[in-house]
Ligand binder design. Structure first.
Ligand SMILES: *Cc1c(COP(=O)(O)O)cnc(C)c1O
Ligand code: SF4
Length: 341
């Protein structure tokens, strides 16, 4: 830690984020007319891009793989058969408000509806966050549920992005987890260390260190160029606090649907000590059909990666299918005779 960041500086990064597609194009010298901006997509799911992430986007390139992740285009109004508002069946596994119990041994808390970036392909873009718990008191039913089920060994903090909530709520929750004896692992699904690296400040590190559970942080990075030195430093700080760091990506047309792109991403992740965990087949959420990559291509890309990378450098290529007891390896879909589309 340099110690140069003032208190609350990550909140000021949230405040100074770009929330307007035209402003984004203006700053990047991208011609609005050439890309088919979508006012419609923007009103359903507003633009949100931090200055930190913006600085990694190439100027003047409407096809930049980082830009494509955040810029609403007219493709979002394509209505496509098989694309839904809740493609992964989260509604059916919400056992008490904000708590999803979908898989054995672990539960997922939807801690926040807010993110520090709005990814256009996000499967939670239609999630009913307004009904989710907000205060610690709202979380009591979830904490009771976890305490009363001794088969639960892991709590996953997710969202939205769980690191958009205050350190004080995080630490109150963590104190409660520490007191539930059957809990062994704390997992944090976050994109904050990527889009606002100094969110990983001294207080956050103290919070991570203060948990008696084993700590797992799953980042979300889709392209090697999302990782600059500040991101690498944030990862170093998290590791020094005792966390194991993994990454999940989504296979996205135009962003990372090539061997070179996925190879470079894995290399870059390994360079900074992050294990590529999952490569997700796109969840079929309304408004994101233009990002979909054919599973046949995805499988070929993985085959090729296997010939070029260390075993731990190749992510598991999976698809989430509502009602299944785990995320399913795409190359097992046929064997399991699961009908997806
Ligand atoms: C993806 C997911 C998990 C975690 O699954 P892993 O395969 O352990 O990474 C847990 N709960 C829910 C609701 C999920 O969607
Ligand atoms: S950070 Fe994650 S939850 Fe937030 S918009 Fe992006 S994909 Fe969705």
């Amino acid at each position: 830690m340099t110690g140069t960041m003032g208190l609350g500086s990550w909140q000021s990064s949230m405040k100074s984020a770009i929330r307007d597609a035209r402003e984004l194009c203006r700053q990047l010298h991208v011609d609005v007319e050439s890309i088919g901006l979508s006012a419609d997509g923007e009103s359903q799911f507003p633009v949100f891009v931090t200055q930190e992430y913006l600085s990694r986007i190439r100027k003047g390139d409407p096809r930049d793989p980082l830009l494509l992740q955040v810029l609403p285009t007219s493709f979002e109004s394509n209505s496509s058969l098989g694309f839904h508002k809740d493609p992964v069946g989260d509604g059916a596994v919400e056992v008490v408000p904000g708590l999803l119990h979908k898989y054995a041994g672990r539960v997922l808390m939807v801690l926040s509806g807010a993110c520090a970036i709005h990814c256009r392909y996000c499967f939670r873009r239609h999630y009913p966050y307004s009904s989710a718990p907000k205060s610690l008191a709202d979380w009591e039913p979830a904490l009771d549920y976890i305490a009363s089920d001794t088969s639960i060994h892991e709590v996953i903090l997710s969202g939205g992005d769980p690191l958009t909530i205050t350190d004080s709520v995080l630490s109150q929750l963590s104190d409660r987890f520490n007191g539930i004896s059957h809990l062994k692992r704390l997992r944090i699904h976050t994109r904050l260390p990527v889009v606002i690296p100094h969110r990983v400040d001294r207080k956050l590190i103290e919070w991570v260190q203060g948990s008696r559970l084993s700590k797992w942080v799953v980042l979300h990075i889709n392209h090697a160029r999302e990782i600059d030195e500040d991101v690498a430093d944030a990862v170093r700080r998290l590791k020094s606090a005792g966390a194991t760091i993994l990454n999940q990506s989504v296979l996205l047309r135009g962003v990372n649907d090539s061997v070179e792109s996925l190879f470079e991403l894995s290399e870059r992740l390994m360079d900074i000590g992050v294990v590529p965990y999952y490569l997700h087949q796109l969840d079929r959420v309304e408004g994101a059909s233009h990002f979909e990559v054919e599973p046949e291509l995805g499988l070929r890309l993985i085959d090729e990666l296997n010939t070029r990378l260390s075993g731990y450098g190749v992510p598991k290529y999976v698809q989430e299918i509502a009602g299944q007891p785990s995320k399913i390896s795409v190359d097992a879909l046929e064997r399991l005779e699961i009908v997806v589309r």
